[in-house]
Every structure is written in C-alpha cells, then in structure tokens.
Design a protein around this ligand. Structure first.
Ligand code: SAH
Ligand code: SF4
Length: 380
C-alpha cells in the first residue's frame, strides 16, 4: 500500500452548502476578500481584521465583526459559513477531562478530548472520521466509515473547546488550552495537508497563538511523511511503536508491513526538529509485548535517539481481545527503561469513565442503530 493508495481509500468530504471561512490561511483569506469586491489596497487590512475576529476573539457570526463595514459583513455572510459544527454530545469525567462529539453537516462525527493538568491543558484532536489502519488494540480502527477531516473540521475542534473553556474572553488569565496533541481519531499523516494547514493556523501569533513546542503529532509510522512534518511544521513527534520486533508489530500495527521498525527509526533519527525529544508510545498488553526482554530490546533500539517512552496502559473497549499488563509488570518495564536513562512516564489513563482515553475514541454513529433495534424489540 502506498501513501496515496491509503489516502484514496478514504472518501472525500461531500461539499456543504456554503464554504466555511474557518480554515483559510492568511493569503487565501486576502484572496477571498478581494473576490468579494473589496479594493486590493484594503483587502489585506480587512483580512487581518477578519483573522483576529475568527482566531483571537472566536466570533461565531459576521454581525459581531463590528470593525468591518456593514456591507462587507453582509457580503461575507452571503458567501461563507462561520458557525461551529453541532455538538452532538458532551461529557465530563470525574477527573476533569472533557469530551465533545462533534457532528459535521454531512452527518459524520468525531470526538475531541480536553485533558486539564495543573499548569497546562492538552486538546486531543482527531484528523479523520475513523481510521483506515486497523491496529489490533484500537477502537477507532474498527469503525467502518472513514473520511479525512477538512482543515476547518480539525480547527473546529480547537474552536469548540476554546468556546467551552472561555478562552476567547479570558482577559489576563492564563490559557487553559496550551497544548495540542494530534492523537485523536485517525492517522494524521494520512491526512497531512489538512492537518498541516490547521496546525499552521493554530500556530499563528495573531490568532490562537500556540507554540510549536506545544503541538505533538502522533503517527503509527507513515515514514515518507515524517520528515516533511518536521521540516514544515517544526512540531513534536510521537511514534506509536508498541512492539520491538517486526513479526509482532506487523500484527499489532499493520502499517509495519509497509514500513518496518528499522525504516521507522531511521526516519526518527533524521527528524529535523532539534531540542525536543521524540516520544515513543508503547501500549502495555498483557503477555503480548511486556516482557523484560521486550524492554531491553526497546532500550537497544532507541540507543542513539533523543527519546522518551510513554507507556500507555491498554484501555479496554467492548469486544477488544487484549487485557492491560498488571501494574507490577508495567513498573518493572518502566524501571528497565529508566535505568537505561530514558524517561518513561506511565500515562495515567484520563477520562476512562467517559471512554475518552487513548484508543477508545469511536463515535456513537453505529450505536444508535443498535439501540434502535433493541428499542424495536422491546416495543414488539
Ligand atoms: N493514529 C495515530 C494517532 C491516534 S492514536 C497513532 O496511531 O499514533 C493515539 C495513541 O493511542 C497511539 O499511540 C495508539 O496506538 C494508542 N492507542 C490506541 N488504542 C489504544 C488502547 N485501546 N489503549 C491504549 N492506547 C491505545
Ligand atoms: Fe488508526 Fe492510530 Fe488507531 Fe492505529 S492506533 S487504528 S493508526 S487511530
């Protein structure tokens, strides 16, 4: 499977009534304003004002853009949409984690999760509806419907979370949404262009203004895109390794059959972002990938890499065939890594009670059908 073949297996998003103004880069916004008949000389300034309304003030309708002339506001409203996607469901975990299920105009849904910590808050963003890859332990990989998200749909997740957190109106208070982890549903490097564009917009200093160092893109190993991601975006890289031998990784992360561990680690060694550790994610599966020998081999594989390892306790989901390694096993595994000098935090599962933890994301799109069927039976 080539990258392009894999991309082609996803369906393009059907066009909706009006295009969204969210998701245009600055130069595209200038072009859009010119196309609306604004004189070239003023277009740049108008685009700048619109940019700030969108990404600094979180405006959700054109009428609110009071620094723009009224007629420009109405021309914008005739040609563009601004509103957020519908929030189909919202849940809050006992640990403060929040999860939103967003529904786009074509009815497709994705989840986005906000994980607050003491001095930072990370938004876990999805890049596809479902995922074309079928990692054996991941719930998202079991979704039958897959399509790439558009730039605006990736950004919409940041905007909806910012709305809910009061980020646009926080005054002098510190940001709550400080980090983005592109670790939600989907494989971001199979939807690179839209993901990259959304991140460039989120990085813009006159808008959402996140720092490169606070964005991390997680990939299951789309080797040909890794270098490009580092060079163009300069963001942090996380790699879903999960196994130290090809035979096992072929089973757990089927993309390994296309790009194996050695090719993946070579791409990591040449990742063009300096001064930031590469995170290796390793899901702890009982009796599968969690022996001392696995840990020692992991140390050997990472020996010349600026790396840290995130040990992720396996998060079960209905029907999954794995169980999580017992706690003492995880601790022993972590100890081997840290004795070898690798920071190896065990990721505390967050939002488990709302199925918001890693690999549990999957929209309810199938569930209502089943619920309906059950309801029909009950009524019969
Ligand atoms: N597709 C990308 C990003 C989304 S998955 C990737 O695979 O990297 C984010 C992380 O959660 C990945 O490391 C993934 O392997 C891990 N994950 C998936 N299912 C999981 C589960 N059930 N329990 C714990 N981690 C899981
Ligand atoms: Fe897709 Fe990542 Fe899940 Fe694998 S772990 S199926 S790449 S979302």
């Amino acid at each position: 499977m080539t990258v392009d073949a894999a991309i082609e297996t996803t369906r393009p998003a059907p066009p909706s009534v009006l295009p969204s103004l969210i998701g245009l880069e600055r130069h595209e916004l200038v072009d859009a304003v010119v196309a609306l008949g604004e004189p070239e000389g003023k277009a740049r300034m108008r685009a700048q004002q619109i940019w700030q309304w969108l990404y600094r003030r979180g405006a959700v309708d054109f009428e609110a853009m009071t620094t723009l002339p009224k007629d420009l506001r109405s021309r914008l409203a005739e040609r563009f949409r601004l509103e957020r996607p519908a929030i189909a469901a919202e849940q809050r975990s006992s640990d403060g984690t929040r999860k939103w299920l967003l529904r786009f105009p074509d009815g497709q849904e994705v989840e986005t999760v906000f994980i607050p910590e003491d001095d930072r808050g990370a938004l876990c963003v999805s890049t596809q509806v479902g995922c074309t890859l079928t990692c054996a332990f991941c719930h998202t990989g079991t979704m039958p419907l897959v399509r790439n998200l558009k730039t605006e749909e990736i950004l919409a997740q940041v905007m909806v979370a910012s709305d809910a957190l009061g980020e646009w109106t926080r005054g002098g208070k510190p940001k709550q949404l400080t980090n983005i982890v592109v670790m939600g549903m989907g494989e971001p490097l199979f939807n690179y262009d839209a993901t990259a564009k959304a991140m460039r917009i989120a990085l813009d200093g006159e808008g959402i203004d996140l720092s490169r160092r606070r964005i991390t893109v997680s990939t299951s190993g789309v080797v040909p895109r890794i270098e490009q991601c580092g060079r163009e975006l300069g963001v942090g890289l996380a790699v879903s390794l999960h196994a130290v031998r090809d035979a096992l990784r072929d089973e757990l992360v089927p993309l390994n059959r296309k790009w194996n561990i050695e090719q993946l680690l070579t791409a990591c060694r040449t990742y063009p972002v300096r001064g930031k550790l590469i995170t290796f994610e390793y899901v702890m599966l009982d009796g599968v990938n969690d022996t001392d020998a696995d840990a020692h081999e992991l140390v050997r594989l990472l020996r010349d890499l600026p790396a840290k390892v995130n040990l992720i306790p396996f998060n079960p989901w209905p029907g999954s065939r794995f169980t999580c390694s017992p706690w003492p096993r995880i601790e022993r595994f972590a100890a081997i890594l840290s004795e070898a000098g690798y920071a190896s935090p065990v990721r505390t599962p967050r939002g488990r009670d709302i199925l918001a933890a890693c690999g549990q994301l999957k929209t309810a799109s199938e569930r209502p059908a089943r619920v309906r069927r059950l309801a029909d039976h009950a009524a019969a």
